[in-house]
Design a protein around this ligand. Structure first.
Ligand SMILES: [Zn+2]
Length: 329
């Protein structure tokens, strides 16, 4: 489930800050897809099932960055309707995972700003958070501890108890995004990545680093979601091996860092005597060294096929509280 790892070491030398870029280059960005969407299905083929128009239809507007992360116009020309629809389940699971951040920051998805609803036991009432204009409206169900006020600091500490979701579905959504962004020649070289989208259970054959890293930032807001695919400059440095591809995605006040499964180039250079290097320093999201301490780093194990729940704790600052103590139940 969720585990906290220490944030960046503030006593570290400045030279450590740029280390992610020392090892990885930008390979593709969702920014490049905004203007290139083509409505006509003629000549379209699907990178996920390999079929082409008119064998499969291309009527839906497939989002390269799913709109569960926030409204966007980042569309793909290479995803058929049936592959798009087949992912609905995984996207719903992932939406539950990210919902607290969208509700808290008031990020609009296709259906507007999601209303957060906490999980509850049968005899409990759910707590909800909805956004109206600049106001956050909390409806505390039976869990009074979900919201703790600090009147002196004018802050409120909110515990978002997410409803259950499947981490393995989050894995599939992220892997699919990574494959969509991948240059065509790399996709052709790595057909096994497509297989991993289709399996019902995680393939534990040392070809996947299963940890998802999350960096939650104070006072940072990504207006629209975006995704970037990075490629290791070298897959072997000294005595360490680097996953060739790393996906970074930004939404609300969160950056997700996901390492794609080991590629053909990784496999060709593999030596069991070497160790795997996972470069997780969150410096890539902020230029300002001082603000690194405002980042909370958390992880999620993506090979879980059973539903899990998380408690996301966030602190918000307010100008005014209007209370409505009317009790409906
Ligand atoms: Zn398809």
């Amino acid at each position: 489930m969720s585990m906290s790892v220490p944030a960046a070491d503030q006593n570290d030398s400045d030279s450590h800050i740029k280390s992610f870029y020392d090892f990885y280059d930008l390979a593709a960005s969702s920014d490049d897809y905004k203007v290139t969407y083509c409505k006509s299905p003629e000549n379209k083929s699907c990178i996920f099932c390999g079929r082409s128009y008119p064998e499969v239809s291309f009527q839906l507007k497939p989002h390269l960055v799913p709109e569960l992360f926030g409204r966007n116009n980042i569309l793909s020309n290479h995803e058929c309707d049936s592959c798009n629809t087949a992912f609905n389940f995984h996207e719903t699971q992932t939406a539950t995972f990210v919902q607290p951040f969208l509700s808290m920051l008031g990020v609009k998805t296709k259906k507007g700003i999601p209303v957060f609803q906490s999980r509850k036991k049968p005899d409990q009432q759910t707590s909800t958070l909805r956004v109206e204009g600049n106001n956050r409206i909390f409806n505390i169900g039976t869990n009074l501890s979900d919201i703790v006020y600090d009147y002196e600091k004018k802050s409120v500490r909110i515990t978002f108890r997410t409803r259950p979701f499947i981490p393995f579905s989050v894995y599939k959504v992220l892997l699919k995004m990574g494959i969509s962004l991948m240059p065509e020649k790399d996709r052709a070289l790595n057909p096994h990545l497509l297989d991993f989208l289709k399996v019902d259970h995680p393939v534990h054959n040392n070809v996947q680093h299963w940890t998802l890293y999350r960096y939650v930032m104070k006072g940072k807001m990504f207006g629209t979601p975006s995704a970037k695919l990075f490629r290791a400059k070298q897959v072997v440095v000294d005595n360490e091996e680097f996953p060739e591809f790393c996906l970074m995605m930004n939404f609300a006040n969160v950056t997700l860092q996901f390492f794609l499964p080991i590629t053909e180039i990784n496999a060709a250079n593999h030596d069991p005597a070497r160790s795997l290097h996972i470069e997780i320093h969150p410096s890539f999201v902020l230029d300002d060294y001082e603000r690194l301490k405002e980042i909370k780093t958390e992880t999620l194990d993506l090979d879980q096929t059973e539903k899990v729940t998380l408690n996301e704790v966030m602190t918000a600052y307010y100008d005014r509280i209007d209370r409505d103590t009317k009790n409906d139940g």
